[in-house]
Design a protein around this ligand. Sequence first.
Ligand SMILES: [Zn+2]
Length: 465
Amino acid sequence: MEIKVSIQANISIQNGKTNVNEILLAIGNWSKKVGLDVCKGVIENYQKEIVTMLCNGQGEASWLRHEYKGSPGQICTGGSFHSGGTRNKERTIRTHMGELKVKMQQVVCGVCGKRFSVLLPLLKIPPRGKPTIKLQHMMAETVTDLSYRKGSSRIEGLAEVVIPKSTLHRWMTTYNWEILMDKMHTETNWKNFTGIMADGTGYKRQDADTTKGDLRLVFGVKDGPKKLIPLGAWADKSWEEIDKELLQKRPSDIQVPVLVVDGKDGQALENLTSATQRCQWHIQNQLGYFLWKDKVDKQQRESLLEKLSGIIKIKLPKSDYQEISPEMQQQVQEKLKESKKSIEDLIQSFHKKGYIAASQYLRNALEHIFTVVEKWLEIGYMPPKVISLLERVMREMGRRIKKIGASWKEKGVIAIAHVLLTRIYTPEQWEQYWVKLLDIQNRCVVKSYHISFSVISSCTIPGHY
Ligand SMILES: [Zn+2]
């Protein structure tokens, strides 16, 4: 459909006296008000037309998807509707342009009998009281740019809408920001990590017995120690709990790269990184199966697997990365070379004995068996660089969170950390997230407009010469 809008305005100017500031201010304020009024008019007229179409059986049932009456969660796409009249009450929608008050029309579904307001399903308006997506975007950015006290008045200036501090606070802490972190745990990301960095920073906690809280962050390191992908932020959680959570979020069958931690948290995330052992167990298990296929008897199988287990276990120094001596590095490198050679020998001997399936399996597995050790050597060799990067990141996050989150409780601090991490380290993800939510596909456009001016000249008004 098309909606034709006509606007007529009378603008009064004092001859010879006004200045450019007055004109900009008056017209600027007026056009903001007009913008909102036009939105309201367009929405109400669109609503009216859609209701008429649906009640005449001309529309599509999918326009008004709703829950089946009496069965929450079950979607009714009933094809016939009749008008349920207009509710006198206007609905206020909080938008980035200001508050939009819209009259709500209702329909009654001919299939399930539900009576409901048309606008919410038709325009995908957020549930009662919730700001529109664009305003939410602005709120999150404003809050993380400044303290929330300042943030509230800043939004008032930016968005022409009054959001009480408490509402802003509540919205920020109840929004599911964790979803931003979940989006980082993709297979592609994990496959490209050359390391994992973990560290903690203190923050001043409100409302608790001890005022000092502990914020912990974990990053994946991509393309060498250059690009960081935030994997999560936790307030007052133990490394053991974080470890478990990460282990669940990591896509299965992906080897966990080397962990780099700041000295004091040397033992952090043990389970996640010992997934290496799990992978090695997997190799032994698989090899056992192929040996069985090659008709090797149980006793012989067990002794071969034991031999393999002795070969692939390479102990990596775990705790202090800064203190790895060149001797220790060389030790690991030699052990790696030795192990690779032993596996080659094992493959050869399998081949000679006619264990074809087992030798093929081991040959294919060979390049993956030592990935973790190789990665460790790759990154473990330049710890000063990685550690200094980690320190810089933590300083930066600590500074910002302390500044912004000073008066936030635990939940607020995590919310701010999630938003900040995404905005700072993966800004393209942040924008994409909102673009996707906005779902802009140019399904409403202003096709043309025409403005004309006519002066009611002072010369024609008697008494004004
Ligand atoms: Zn229905």
